[in-house]
Design a protein around this ligand. Sequence first.
Ligand code: PPS
Length: 318
Amino acid sequence: MTETSSNILFTEEKEKLAQKYNYEYGMILNGIVLPSLVVPDSYELSRTFETRPGDICLTAYSKSGSTWLIYNILLITQQGKAPEGRDLADNFLWPAFGSDYILTREQLRDTPSPRIFRSHMPYPMAMGGTPEASPCKYVYIARHPKDVVVSFYHFAQHWGNYTGPWEHWLGLFMEGKVWYGDWFDHIKSWWEHRHAENIHFLWYEDMKADYDNELRRLAAFLQYPMPDELLRQIREATSFEQMKANEFTNRQDADDHPKNFYRKGVVGSGNEQFTEAQNEQFDAWCGRRLRETGLIQEESLLSYLRFNPKNNVFHEKI
Ligand code: PPS
């Protein structure tokens, strides 16, 4: 594997970490907890297969709006034509995953362009090797961590067998012991490369606030046309209500499909979940992690987080 085997922790360490509430741990690579769907061979393939011009890889930390965005990307690349297959998952490739998603190097090679990929990996573990050296275009979507942790809590109960209470989950998240690790490390790893020619960094909150502008910027980055009529059509097809109602994007009969996947689809659902004390705890954690990662210097990132470094609090409810 690309990583040294000492970086891959198996059973003993996993047991220690996952002792409580059944949260499902797969391998732990470079200190990052991964879901068991990520298996060593598939991960290695995801790092080493050959990417080519026309490839698009959507990357995100968990629960940041990647399903929404991948449907947008599919419709952009097909100029609004309904994708084929039974559901969304038939239309993109997830090379780091084994199980039902497993792929061979030959299958990857023989998939016609444009190949659309999906990944949850931080930059140093990106699909296709180092993005800097790859002809693939990478789209990274970020979302406010307060909404991420709440969405993730509901998801983990279905897709991680997690049985613990909310306050325990919040603690796990702040310790970076949930799938794909610490939120700040993940964001930082891509944020640092956001100006690279083949990387497009966007926010869930901007998609909600100014969808048309974000879709135009995304289409321009991917080098596909976006006439007004097509934009209208894609906006409608990818609305929360449509994606929830559409069998293609919300296949209720699939075993692995969480029934409440399309849960709220709003900005600020974290506010309903946090107690005052948890708000304070979370603010303090954000302040500490922003300082530890050096992201405290990044004013535009702070404005997305609506975080005031002077008093260490979110200056607006998200
Ligand atoms: S996953 O499982 O990590 O891939 O989840 P991901 O798709 O990244 O994020 C799931 C959250 O995105 C919301 N969602 C949407 N929001 C707005 N519009 C549309 N069309 C849309 N589709 C999905 C989904 O509801 C999850 O957020 P929460 O807050 O739980 O509702």
